[in-house]
Design a protein around this ligand. Structure first.
Ligand SMILES: [Cu+2]
Length: 179
């Protein structure tokens, strides 16, 4: 019998499941439960998945908060476009705004300190992928993500937009310095 022909036994679904098949169903079920458990276990002990909070906001509100943050905490500007480089504020919070096609501003953090990074987009859906670390989250207009981060190594980290957002998507890069 081939798969493209109808089965010879029309009531094939009524044949009892064989012992061997039950074994595979059992193995698949147990493995599924192991993987489900690993999601919880890895979240707590893997130190990889972020425990982020999310709040409703509006694009205007988030833009205003980011502008206020940048105004208060800019330490210098970089590149021809005069992109502000901002330090975290006194509460160790920083704002990062995604829009077509840039991340604003550049952040400068210190290794070993724990920060709350507020993330949102003001136009379309963008993706926050922090290279070379394994952090990747969706940045959605109207939602303010608060991500707790403790940079452990000094260096220059790149933010890559990981959600296709139009013709300039490939140029949508940002930067975080860790001193
Ligand atoms: Cu983008």
């Amino acid at each position: 019998m081939s798969a493209i022909l109808p089965p010879s036994d029309r009531l094939w679904w009524k044949t009892p499941i064989s012992g061997q098949e039950w074994t595979w169903i059992g193995i698949a079920f147990v493995w599924g439960m192991v993987m489900f458990g690993m999601m919880l276990y890895w979240h707590i002990y893997g130190k990889q998945n972020l425990s982020n909070e999310v709040y409703r906001t509006t694009t205007e509100m988030f833009q205003a908060k980011t502008d206020a943050f940048v105004k208060e905490n800019t330490i210098r500007t970089e590149t021809e476009q005069q992109i502000p480089v901002a330090k975290a504020n006194a509460n160790n919070e920083a704002f990062l705004l995604a829009r077509l096609w840039s991340w604003y501003p550049i952040l400068e953090l210190e290794a070993g300190k724990t920060y709350k990074i507020h993330l949102s987009a003001v136009d379309y859906n963008h993706g926050f992928s922090l290279q070379p670390t394994n952090i990747n989250i969706q940045v959605i207009p109207g939602y303010e993500h608060v991500v707790k981060m403790t940079p452990t190594k000094a260096g220059t980290y790149a933010i890559v937009c990981n959600e296709y957002c139009g013709i300039g998507h490939h140029t949508m890069l940002g930067r975080i310095y860790v001193k």
